[in-house]
Design a protein around this ligand. Structure first.
Ligand SMILES: NC(=O)c1ccc[n+]([C@@H]2O[C@H](COP(=O)([O-])OP(=O)(O)OC[C@H]3O[C@@H](n4cnc5c(N)ncnc54)[C@H](O)[C@@H]3O)[C@@H](O)[C@H]2O)c1
Length: 303
């Protein structure tokens, strides 16, 4: 069996879920970790304060097959570009980047080198979503998705509040995951209207998005200032309705009773899927979600 040797870049909130998933997988070995401030109690790998420092270490880089990027959003492009240029596969947290041009540039880099470039859309591996998706057996006419939470519970870091570092508010952050799920359900979508408002630092804190697709229409509600947590999707076909509560407690994984609890099983499946993409040389569409997010910001400016 091929083992993929990984550099884990960023050990903040989400890096720790990847770390736990990688440690229990027989398919991966962590060979290097980078974080600007967090120390880790992992002694069997090399540790760096920046990814540039790791990239410059030619000896260790020889033993790296792939990078998993869990840095603040504005660092994704440069970091992914550096690792792809050095011939490494990349699994990058969402959003991959802020612009369609950057998404295309990274994809070209990956394609030229026959490397996997994959965005970690972790919600597509959600147990409730997968069950819900499998049960839909007719063309979808209507979709309603909600992703409501309080950004203060997201992370102790404040970079989410600064536009140059985050690229936006709830739309680029949570919208990226929601667009990915909707695309899995109905394929390509077109943004019809996007209304945004509120303030979370320099960014929008809520949004209401209307979209259409081949067989129907839908709405998305996003909120970063919600008092609690609500993440769900409802779909309506000609004869049925289906509902998925993405954060419902489930016996599938006892850890899901906590905020972010579902992330444990989602990241376990995320790295499994990354492995299959790398080994099977399967391509991954990173660009369309970036297009959806960008269309929302463009559309909202016109309202
Ligand atoms: N927090 C969540 O619930 C969550 C969920 C899914 C995806 N994400 C995504 O994961 C990514 C990281 O988010 P987070 O919440 O874990 O952020 P975070 O701030 O908690 O973690 C980021 C880590 O990167 C480190 N870092 C910053 N600059 C660095 C540099 N130049 N070199 C090395 N390390 C550096 C920081 O020290 C920090 O530990 C984001 O893209 C976010 O959208 C977050």
């Amino acid at each position: 069996m091929t083992i993929i040797r990984v550099a884990l870049i960023g050990m903040g909130v989400v890096g720790k879920y990847f770390f736990a998933a990688l440690k229990q997988s027989p398919n991966f070995k962590i060979v290097a970790i980078c974080d600007k401030k967090n120390d880790i109690s992992e002694t069997s790998c090399s540790f760096y304060r920046s990814y540039q420092e790791l990239c410059a270490d030619e000896v260790v880089m020889k033993s790296v097959d792939a990078a998993i990027i869990c840095l603040p959003n504005h660092l994704h492009v440069l970091c992914a570009q550096d690792f792809l240029s050095k011939g490494k596969h990349v699994l990058c947290e969402k959003p991959l980047c802020f612009t369609i041009a950057d998404a295309a540039m990274l994809q070209v880099l990956a394609n030229e080198r026959h490397l996997t470039l994959m965005t970690a859309f972790h919600r597509r591996y959600n147990f409730h979503f997968k069950k819900f998706h499998e049960a839909i057996d007719e063309p979808i006419k209507v979709i309603h998705a909600r992703y409501l939470e309080n950004i203060k519970q997201h992370s102790d870091s404040d970079w989410y509040l600064y536009n140059a570092k985050s690229g936006g508010g709830c739309v680029i952050d949570n919208g990226s995951n929601v667009f990915d799920l909707i695309r899995l359900l109905v394929g390509e979508i077109s943004i019809e209207r996007a209304y945004m408002g509120g303030y979370a630092g320099e960014n929008e804190s809520h949004a209401y998005i209307d979209f259409s697709f081949k067989t129907g229409r839908g709405t998305i509600e996003l909120d970063w200032n919600f008092d609690g947590e609500c993440k769900d999707i409802s779909v309506y076909t000609a004869n049925k309705s289906h509902h998925a509560d993405l954060i419902a407690e489930t016996k599938h994984d006892i850890r899901t009773v906590n905020f972010k609890g579902s992330l444990w099983h989602e990241y376990e499946d995320c790295i499994r899927d990354f492995y299959e993409h790398v080994i099977g040389k399967i391509s991954f569409d990173n660009e369309d979600v970036v297009r959806c997010v960008n269309q929302c910001y463009t559309e909202a400016k016109q309202n």
